[in-house]
Design a protein around this ligand. Structure first.
Ligand code: FMN
Length: 356
């Protein structure tokens, strides 16, 4: 009975070969990350909006983010000896400070997408921190690898290939993703795996987007992926840091409720439909004065609403005027379980799928 193979990223050995996807704003923090790391996977703290929206004692939004990231990393470390990663979206205005803080605070892995993380190695210095970009195409991987090799003499330690069924912001055209016409994860893997293997030091490939059960893991590993990144599934765990109302929205979601929004980040975002989503998709605007300028790509003078505020409210469970990002398979979530139980289930399903 073939058990999970080990995902090797440099000297790191990860079994189960599962990275918990970073989930901002304040969805994957130290509690979830430590629980996943304690099971042998990689727990990931997401930095987007991690410091919350309130400004305390004259501190800036960026300062609060750095302080909270430091606190969450320390908390995670006090709860696990396992591997902790930090997710930093390229679109964040305080990207450089967050990357620096994560490295200083001893994160094992930095994961970066929603744009091309071309200068990520600048923040690693000579620390042994693994750097993993998230891409949706072989072209993006080639551009990143070339730039990192030329400017920093290093290659990505692994690459996450994110397909169109993922939750949150998607690196795909809105209409293609909406109509299920975007290139599938499996096709992207077929394209990217040979490219990743062609470097002097082959780059391990991690599949993400719509991986829900052990059979999905078996499928992508058979295609040649070395591991998976899963996010949506981890929301429905006891340890996930988000408010119970957010988890309940996942449990209530039906297949027909999964839709896309045009995010002010400049990318489509997959969400669970509710009245608020219907309103904004019909052109409704929520006027706001931008206090944070948290995203490089947000045209905040014309944005129909403040996405930072909306996601912050969602994390607090105030979903009337907010939405929950979620992956395409969210409607398959029917219960909240412990991370330990989820990992056991995934392992059993994986073994079963390989025996069929
Ligand atoms: C609620 C939610 C928030 C997310 N936030 C982020 C984020 O802050 N940064 C990021 O790179 N990806 C983010 N993602 C994407 C996940 O990390 C992951 O790659 C993707 O959702 C995988 O697909 P799955 O959810 O079907 O497993 C988010 C996904 C969800 C569901």
């Amino acid at each position: 009975m073939p058990d999970f193979p080990t995902l090797k990223i440099g000297n790191l050995e990860i079994n189960p070969p599962i990275i918990q996807g970073g989930m901002g704003v304040r969805i994957s923090l130290s509690s979830l990350a430590a629980a996943v790391a304690n099971q042998g996977g990689v727990g990931v703290i997401a930095t987007a909006g991690i410091g919350g929206m309130a400004r305390e004692g004259g501190k800036t939004y960026a300062q609060l983010n750095q302080e909270q990231l430091t606190a969450e990393l320390k908390k995670a470390r006090s709860q696990t000896k396992g591997l902790i990663g930090v997710n930093i979206m390229v679109a964040l205005a305080d990207y450089d400070q967050l990357a620096k803080t994560a490295v200083e605070q001893g994160a094992d892995i930095l994961i970066s997408g929603a744009g091309l993380p071309l200068n990520l190695p600048a923040h690693a210095g000579d620390r042994d921190v693994k750097l993993i970009p998230i891409v949706s195409s072989a072209r993006a991987l080639s551009i990143i690898a070339k730039k990192w090799k030329n400017n920093y003499n290093r290659l990505p330690d692994a690459v996450i290939v994110e397909g169109p069924m993922a939750g949150g912001h998607l690196g795909y055209d809105f209409n293609e993703a909406l109509g299920n016409k975007a290139r599938s994860l499996d096709d992207s893997l077929r394209e990217i795996i040979p490219v990743a293997a062609s470097f002097a030091k082959p780059i391990p490939v991690i599949a993400a987007g719509g991986i829900f059960d052990g059979a999905d893991i078996a499928r992508v590993l058979k295609l040649g992926a070395n591991g998976v990144q899963m996010a949506t599934r981890f929301v429905c765990t006891d340890e996930c840091d988000v408010h119970p109302n957010f988890k309940q929205m996942y449990l209530n979601a039906r297949k027909e409720d999964i839709t896309l929004i045009h995010s002010p980040v400049g990318l489509p975002g997959r969400v669970v439909q509710n009245e608020f989503v219907k309103k904004i998709n019909n052109g409704h605007k929520v006027p706001f004065k931008c206090k944070y300028q948290c995203l490089r790509s947000c045209d905040y003078k014309n944005a129909p609403y403040c996405i930072a505020e909306v996601l912050h409210q969602a994390s607090l469970g105030n979903l009337e005027n907010a939405f929950a990002f979620a992956g395409s398979n969210v409607y398959k979530c029917h219960e909240i379980v412990s991370v330990e139980k989820l990992m056991q289930q995934l392992r059993q399903e994986y073994i079963q799928a390989n025996n069929q």
